[in-house]
Design a binder for this molecule. Sequence first.
Ligand SMILES: [Fe+2]
Ligand SMILES: [Fe+2]
Length: 323
Amino acid sequence: MTLLANVGMGMVLIFLIKPFSGRLRVLFVAACTVLAFGLIGFISAAMVGSKPDIMTMIRVGVSILAGGLISLFAYFLLSPVYERVFNLNTGLRLMELCSFDQPLLKELEAKAPGTFNHSLTVANIAERAAYAIGENPVLAKAAALFHDIGKMENPEFFTENQTDGYNPHDELIPEASVKMITRHTEAGAKLLSEQGFPKEIVSAALQHHGDSSVGYFYHKAQNITEGTLEEKGYTYLGPKPQTKINAIIMIADIAEAATRSVRPSTREELVTLVDKLVRQKMNESQFDECPITIAELTKVKEAVVNTLMGVHHERISYNLDKK
Ligand SMILES: [Fe+2]
Ligand SMILES: [Fe+2]
């Protein structure tokens, strides 16, 4: 009976502990479940036999409580092992990945501080946008934190890390520049999968640019080419985002970068900019392979604007005086 109760308790715990539960929620849910089962054990012991025996009742109740506590202890002790073995995304593992103690994040901060700060903002946007459309916000945040990890290979080739005015692309032909830039998606995915990151996080690194054009260098090449130039060699290698979270990261990524360079000064300007960026990606068919809907894209755009308003609050006004 005690064994049956513990198995039942385990099943209830697995059902109640959502994939993105925090440690406190896990503890709270587990404590309630253990208490409930202890109480059930106590009552059922009372109902067994014609004469209720108080000692039997206490013994059964206590043994179920003890079994529950042992199960909970085993859950915390063994979860890092089975998360690794079965590559699972439990809330605890995802929260660990979002921690700044992560060696890979520390390395990103040291080697590419601009990319690190960009990733922090993209992660905040992605978390909020995922929440808005009912996706796992902690997974979105973790995936966004590592989406540009491949830039650590050659940080100085990316504008956000160019602080001393030196731009290595000035010495390269556009084809070489495109190769240096586009390879960060594959390099990132390779590094993350070698380090045993969950496949959803690996796929975000690989898919966050889809097969979009690297417009700036395509136009640069066009200017020095006679006749028309095929866009094919000037795009990321894809694939396009296959999940809603990867589509969110694509939008958060371009919105963060564009806000830094365009510097909108009012909320209206920011809304117009985000709208234009999403429309551009739709025209490039970047969302054609993931199940995100137009209604969800609207919610994502709203989350992007609200988060960026918070990040740049000293610069972007609500423009209330115009109303
Ligand atoms: Fe990127
Ligand atoms: Fe990025």
